[in-house]
Design a protein around this ligand. Structure first.
Ligand code: FRU
Length: 497
């Protein structure tokens, strides 16, 4: 081989291929294995994420779009990031789906499959996936206008891989109210039209459309007794059926601030929707999750009837401190996906949330745990525990004397993260999180621990607490008081390896 050009080309090829390999390894090792990087929760490869958006199922894939700022680890001009999953557990990161344009940044919203081609943006054979989102115009905001949030649509006819902004955007203008956002749209069978739930300051407004393009105002929902600590955001309206076969309409409304632990949280209403108006059956404030870190969650659309589940995911964060949590080079993760269930209580209804069954596939080893002091030789865990007393305590500890405590005195369930690891990035982060049991007798706990989160499901999800934590070393021991000897611990595997 005397030809110098050939030799140089060979060297170049080897060099480039080494670089490619290097890139692959570094993505895995550096980006998905940092301290605090969730190992079985969805998080963006890098930079800032908040609300889940546009969740829709189509052709074997669950789509998850999300509020994303690709230039920083704090909130900024919003885009829609994108990922897909075949099982809601393993995620494939895809390129950004929606970019800001002349109408503004891309705030939260939903996506539907326009199966009957009502919009004319696809065909019946190849229906369009249509995203309905809020445009936030930062220039209008700066100028002090009150109509800088409008609704726009975009569509894809290639399984969400490429997107076109509708040329007639915006499709719904603000009536002169600053907070006018987060459209969640579904096809209402009875009235044969699309219904949009929209957050309008501190109420939910409903709109209808025959084609996803022309929208007509229907009604408002803002009962005097609801929780009004802050602005209403990210609504969702859908049905659930009790085990006895009674169907009710459920309305989710995220509020910030004003949640039970301070800052962000999601309240829900159980009632009836007649195609125009939503009315709540009972007058009591209900929280979907009592922990500090489950916000802006909504449900997937177009889940096949053969599946029949109402599938939910939330943003595992709280606006009180989301922008200062000690993670790098990304910020925020989603909750584990959950299924929603409705039960009729004596005088009210209850929506419970349960981990999706697919998560069981992450189990690598299952052990019975007995006694009071348990060594944890894995950091990714699912625990199934049975208290034998109304007073119990669980304490997760690590060699750095950090501890995360979950305890009950029979009247409240308390999560203490004051000494759980890094906490001083925000003054309220270490506050005790407390849920009133209101007569619930805790007989079963399912707990999911990831590197920087704990999700507690009481009695089949009748009460849930989701919380993020930043231990400086993995919790490697668990002390248990008040439990039977019928407890199970499952080691889980990472979804990134
Ligand atoms: C909720 C929210 C939405 C808004 C989005 C902006 O967390 O404030 O109301 O559309 O985030 O990123």
């Amino acid at each position: 081989m005397k030809n110098p050009v050939l030799i140089l080309s060979l060297f170049l090829m080897i060099f480039i291929s080494c670089q490619e390999n290097y890139k692959e390894t570094s993505q895995e090792d550096l980006v998905f294995n940092e301290p605090f990087r969730p190992q079985y929760h969805f998080s963006p490869p890098t930079q800032w994420m908040n609300d889940p958006n546009g969740m829709v199922y189509w052709d074997g894939e669950y789509h998850l779009f999300y509020q994303y700022y690709p230039d920083s680890t704090v909130w900024g001009p919003m885009h829609w990031g994108h990922a897909v999953s075949k099982d809601l557990v393993h995620w494939e990161h895809l390129p950004i789906a929606l970019y800001p344009d002349e109408n503004g940044w891309i705030f939260s919203g939903s996506a539907v499959m326009d199966l009957e081609n009502t919009s004319g943006l696809g065909t019946k054979d190849n229906p369009a996936m249509v995203a309905i989102f809020t445009y936030h115009d930062p220039i209008g905001e700066k100028e002090g206008r009150d109509d800088f949030q409008t609704q726009g649509i975009a569509y894809s006819t290639d399984k969400g891989r490429s997107w076109t902004m509708y040329e007639g955007n915006p499709v719904l203008k603000s009536p002169g109210i600053k907070d006018f956002r987060d459209p969640k749209v579904f096809w209402h069978e009875d009235s044969e039209r699309w219904i949009m739930s929209l957050s309008v300051m501190d109420k939910i407004s409903f709109y209808s459309s025959s084609n996803l393009i022309d929208w007509e105002y229907l009604s408002d929902f803002n009962p005097s007794w609801a929780a009004y600590g802050g602005v209403w955001e990210c609504p969702d309206l859908f049905t659930l059926t009790t085990e006895e076969g009674e169907e009710k309409w459920i309305l989710f409304v995220s509020i910030n601030p004003g949640g039970p632990q301070g800052g962000s949280a999601t309240q829900y209403f159980v009632g009836d929707f007649n195609g125009t108006t939503f009315t709540s059956t009972t007058q009591s404030v209900k929280w979907l999750d009592w922990g500090a870190d489950n916000y802006a969650g909504v449900t997937w659309s177009n889940v096949p009837e053969s599946d029949g589940r109402r599938l939910f995911i939330g943003w595992m964060g709280n606006w009180n401190y989301a922008q200062v949590v000690p993670t790098h080079p990304w910020r925020s993760a989603m909750t584990i996906p959950r299924t929603l269930h409705l039960s009729k209580m004596t005088e009210d209804y209850l929506v419970s949330s349960r981990p999706i069954a697919e998560l069981k596939n992450l189990r690598t080893e299952s052990l019975s745990i007995e006694g009071k002091a348990i060594a944890l030789d894995a950091e990714l865990l699912e625990l199934e525990l049975k208290p034998n007393s109304s007073q119990f305590q669980l304490m997760f500890t690590n060699p750095n004397s950090e501890e995360l405590v979950l305890k009950s005195n029979g009247e409240t369930l308390i999560l203490e993260r004051a000494n759980s690891g890094l906490v001083d990035f925000e003054k309220g982060f270490g506050n005790e999180q407390k849920a009133n049991l209101e007569g619930i007798k805790i007989n079963e706990l399912t707990i999911y621990l990831d590197r920087s989160s704990i999700e507690v499901f009481v009695n089949g999800g009748a009460l849930v607490m989701t919380s993020i934590v930043f231990p400086t070393a993995p919790y490697d021991a668990l002390q248990m008081e008040g439990f039977e000897n019928l407890n199970q611990m499952h080691h889980l595997k990472s979804i990134w390896r």
